[in-house]
Design a protein. Structure first.
Length: 146
């Protein structure tokens, strides 16, 4: 589940930070354009996995992890919050079909839009770090173990 969440976070982060990425690297527009048709699904998946990760990892364990291994703990917190926020922003079109709260969801999504770039960059970094931690490339107590 962690690898799927990390990959979805990276995709959502690319979509969230697309304006900066395309401005710096115009060739990346092709990759980002290929993700756009799946934006709502990426958002829904990121939202669901963000909430599920918060439940599975538990806030208490995440606080304890942040105290014991600060970088790993911070990575978990950023993954959860960036996943929930970006997932919500991108899943609003899908949510509109589900119920009457579409207008409030759209308003909240508009309030989050100015922060989308920062949240997107944080999601990319957190997703990459989560993959590195879970694959064992970086130990949980990094950088203390180096």
């Amino acid at each position: 589940m962690d690898y799927l969440f990390a990959i979805l976070l990276i995709c959502a982060g690319l979509l969230g930070a697309s304006s900066l990425i395309v401005a710096k690297k115009p060739d990346a527009a092709r990759i980002i354009d290929s993700l756009l048709p799946f934006q709502a699904l990426i958002g829904a998946g990121t939202l669901v996995l963000g909430v599920l990760s918060l439940v599975v990892w538990g806030p208490g364990r995440m606080v304890a992890m942040a105290k014991a291994t600060p970088l790993f703990g911070a990575t978990l917190w950023v993954c959860v919050f960036a996943g929930i926020l970006l997932g919500f922003v991108f899943a609003v079109p899908l949510m509109g079909r589900l119920g009457s709260g579409q207008q409030k969801a759209a308003e909240l999504s508009q309030k989050l839009a100015p922060f989308q770039l920062m949240i997107g960059l944080a999601a990319i970094v957190a997703g990459l770090l989560l993959i590195l931690f879970r694959a064992g490339i970086l130990p949980p107590n990094f950088p203390g173990s180096y």
